[in-house]
Design a protein around this ligand. Structure first.
Ligand SMILES: Cc1cc2nc3c(=O)[nH]c(=O)nc-3n(C[C@H](O)[C@H](O)[C@H](O)COP(=O)(O)OP(=O)(O)OC[C@H]3O[C@@H](n4cnc5c(N)ncnc54)[C@H](O)[C@@H]3O)c2cc1C
Length: 296
């Protein structure tokens, strides 16, 4: 029996699947295979079945991805159905497929602080932990206690936050592992205050970001003591267009897709911005978006 036949019994397996529509930027070629396990047990079995040479790529909501136009010649794993969610006092445990916005809402329903910023970050818990997502002075690592991981051999392991070397938009996950779930510790807070804070954050976002156009959030990390958007604007690139992608006129650290932009269009803009900023200021902008199968 091939691994493909085994996976068909453990979830939904599809061949040659377009990935562009699975990313918020709307860019990327096809996945050779896309697998959506029915549940955690199905995923564990699948890990044991798939050939060790097959490339595995976990995908969440696709809100931080720039995928090559050549696509992913491997097995893309969609963990949306890992939706476990438990709240016990100030402790929260959730599966990789839980939306960050759903976690944010817990702050209001249970009177807890620490998740407010998640109301403004599109994505799932798995992607949020993998990226150490953050905004408005909060980040995942501030409240994370531990994660459950699935290794390439199908073994489930628990790792504490301290072992993950988390920093600004960075988490060091052991190679080839998938996040299954995470545990957090929040703090008690007045629910009305939490709701108000979330409202203000959402408003700031909708006032300052091009949310009506396909995008992948911030393209570059903010360098120490400065803002990537300010630097890109200062070299005159706000609004610059290549192919069907352009540097947003609303926020210069966002690249928006005006239709059928290619990965190459987006990379060309990123290279232009990186080189111009380096030349003018000697600052090296580092990508925040995950580059999949491509590089600057
Ligand atoms: C409009 C907009 C605003 C944004 N604002 C912010 C912001 O304020 N702050 C911020 O930090 N980010 C922001 N982002 C980026 C993005 O939303 C976050 O990085 C988010 O956490 C990504 O989650 P995701 O589920 O979409 O992950 P994906 O984009 O699907 O994946 C991101 C990375 O995580 C890996 N991954 C996903 N799931 C797993 C898993 N279960 N196990 C192991 N690895 C996994 C993927 O392989 C990939 O490398 C924004 C994006 C957009 C479009």
């Amino acid at each position: 029996m091939t691994w493909q036949t085994e996976l068909q019994a453990l979830g939904k397996l599809e061949e040659n699947v377009p990935l562009a529509s699975r990313t918020t930027l709307g860019v990327g070629g096809n996945a050779a295979w896309l697998f959506r396990p029915f549940d955690q047990d199905g995923l564990i079995h699948a890990m044991k079945s798939v050939d060790k040479e097959t490339l595995l790529f976990p995908i969440g909501r696709g809100s931080n991805l720039l995928i090559t136009d050549q696509g992913i010649d491997g097995l893309v794993i969609d963990l949306s159905d890992l939706g476990m969610l438990k709240v016990d006092g100030v402790l929260v445990e959730a599966g990789a497929g839980v939306r960050l916005s759903k976690l944010a809402q817990l702050g209001v329903t249970h009177g807890l602080t620490g998740f407010e910023f998640m109301a403004t970050v599109p994505g799932d818990l798995g992607g949020g932990v993998a990226m150490n997502a953050g905004a408005f002075g909060q980040q995942v690592s501030d409240v994370l206690l531990s994660i459950q991981l699935l290794t390439r051999d199908g073994e489930v392991k628990t790792l504490s936050r301290q072992t993950l070397d988390m920093s600004y938009r960075h988490t060091r996950l052991p190679k080839g592992t998938l996040i299954l779930s995470a545990k957090f510790e929040l703090q008690r807070e007045n629910a009305a205050e939490v709701r108000q804070r979330m409202r203000e954050m959402r408003k700031k976002r909708s006032d300052s970001q091009p949310l009506s156009m396909p995008n992948c959030g911030s393209v570059f990390k903010n360098p120490e003591g400065d803002y990537a958007a300010r630097l890109i604007e200062s070299v005159g690139l706000k609004g610059k267009q290549i192919g069907k992608a352009n540097i947003s006129t609303v926020h210069a650290n966002f690249i928006v897709n005006q239709g059928d932009a290619s990965c190459e269009d987006v990379l060309a803009l990123m290279r232009l911005a990186k080189n111009a900023v380096k030349q003018e200021t000697n600052i090296d902008l580092e990508p925040e978006v995950s580059l999949v199968g491509c590089s600057l």
